[in-house]
Design a protein. Structure first.
Ligand code: SF4
Length: 431
């Protein structure tokens, strides 16, 4: 997205936010006060960020460094220290799920195993463990290690089975590597295997996308998550596209791909589980982002606590340094008002494409007027329907909502992550 596009995105998202959540909210992150400490928490999820990648893909905005074996030891020590730090502060909480992302967690599975052991000791783990995997790292040893750590849900970052598309996004392996990895995972005895696929890539046709869906399904994926290429200013995809004179597809292409994906998935017994995702059968749903509250371990990891959102320093060395000294790695904090918490909850239910109306009433209490008005407008224009106690998005509703959420994500993440990357301990960031 161009600089003008970013500014426009910011203006639009701020206007929508002001209209829905109200004009009196402080959407700003500040360094936490010296005496700040997280409140006790009874129940939460946990996110573990493993920041190593063999090749840094040009489109990827996540916090990562090129894999270096020498860094894994210090990373592990710091992550163990951070688990202890959270346990000291929030108490012996119930952990309802663990999500391990990155980076490429499969590059440091022995480290992950040690961190999980400490998490089990310090907290009460009652839920599933989900992990992201990369096609080039999946083999029998990886699968055994995942089982040894009781990981039950896995996601494979395939992106495309077509070598030409893989080249566009800087993946330097043949598509057969991804096919082999998926076959191993599907036969590996996991409760669910998700495949990430990209659509609307430069040069990709609807036929290419459908072939990718068909291949993932034939090889046995139980869930498919599709998403378009995001362009963040600080990633090198912009430069890459310029160098190769490849162009990003326009909105029409994105719309036709999205519609074709939905139609194909419905025809093949997949059920929509989010604006991007479809799953088949009774397998548990794999999801990285829809938890209501979580604590984050690792550089750049965020934590959603009661009434506030905090985020760690993005700088790996600074994170290792403070954690090993027993200090906090939290660089920025934004208190949440009741209104912000409510709309944050609703934002993720829209992402789920289903809003349970009884939960909605419990969250919003008497302050439902603006949300109801929004629901009515969505129904009138055919974006949502009421169905057995849920407000459900239709296919056009899911498409246009994914675009709106795309703008929100770009606007907020661009602003926050750009500044958080510039210096390890940023001052105020207004989003
Ligand atoms: S897309 Fe995955 S493998 Fe590529 S740099 Fe990002 S986290 Fe690493």
């Amino acid at each position: 997205m161009s600089k003008c596009g970013n500014i426009l995105s910011q203006i639009v998202t701020r206007a929508i936010r002001r209209c829905l959540v109200g004009p009196n909210q402080q959407w700003r992150f500040d360094p936490p006060p010296q005496d700040w400490t997280p409140p006790p928490v009874k129940q939460t999820s946990l996110y573990l960020h493993v920041p190593f990648c063999r090749n840094c893909c040009p489109y990827c905005p996540y916090t990562k460094v090129t894999y270096d074996e020498m860094l894994v030891g210090p990373y592990t020590q710091a992550a163990l220290a951070e688990v202890n730090w959270w346990a000291d502060k929030i108490g012996h909480a119930e952990i309802t799920s663990i999500y391990i992302g990155g980076g490429t967690p499969t590059l440091a599975l022995d480290s992950v195993a040690r961190i999980l052991t400490l998490i089990r000791k310090k907290f009460r783990l009652t839920g599933d463990i989900c992990i992201e995997t990369n096609p080039s790292d999946v083999d029998d040893i990886t699968i055994q290690k995942l089982h040894d750590s009781n990981v039950s849900l896995v996601s494979l970052g395939v992106q495309s089975f077509r070598s030409e598309n893989l080249k566009v996004i800087g993946r330097n392996y043949e598509s057969t590597v991804a096919e082999h990895a998926l076959t191993l995972l599907v036969n590996g005895g996991f409760a669910s295997v998700n495949v990430d696929l990209m659509f609307a890539l430069p040069g990709q046709t609807v036929g290419d996308v459908i072939k990718d869906l068909a291949k993932a399904t034939k090889l046995g994926a139980s869930q498919i998550t599709t998403y378009p290429l995001f362009t963040f200013p600080y990633t090198s995809i912009g430069r890459y596209l310029n160098l190769t004179s490849v162009r990003m597809p326009d909105l029409r292409v994105r719309r036709s791909h999205y519609r074709a994906i939905t139609e194909w998935c419905v025809e093949h017994d997949f059920k929509r589980v989010s604006v991007w995702g479809f799953k088949r059968g009774a397998v548990p749903r794999y999801s990285s982002v829809t938890r209501d509250s979580y604590i984050g371990i690792g550089p750049g990891a965020g934590s959603h606590l009661p009434d506030e959102f905090v985020i760690n320093t993005f700088d790996l060395n600074s994170w290792i340094h403070v954690m090993c000294e027993g200090r906090t790695a939290i660089a920025l904090r934004m208190p949440f008002t009741v209104e912000m918490s409510n709309w944050w909850w609703l934002y993720w239910r829209f992402y789920d494409t289903r809003i349970p109306m009884d939960c909605f009433k419990a969250y919003f209490g008497k302050e439902t007027r603006k949300a109801h008005r929004l629901f009515r407008v969505m129904e009138l224009i055919g974006f949502a329907v009421h169905n057995e106690g849920y407000l459900e998005l239709t296919e056009p509703g899911a498409f246009w909502l994914h675009l709106v959420q795309n703008h929100f994500a770009l606007s907020y993440i661009n602003t926050l992550w750009t500044q958080a990357r510039r210096v390890p301990w940023p001052q105020t960031v207004v989003i």
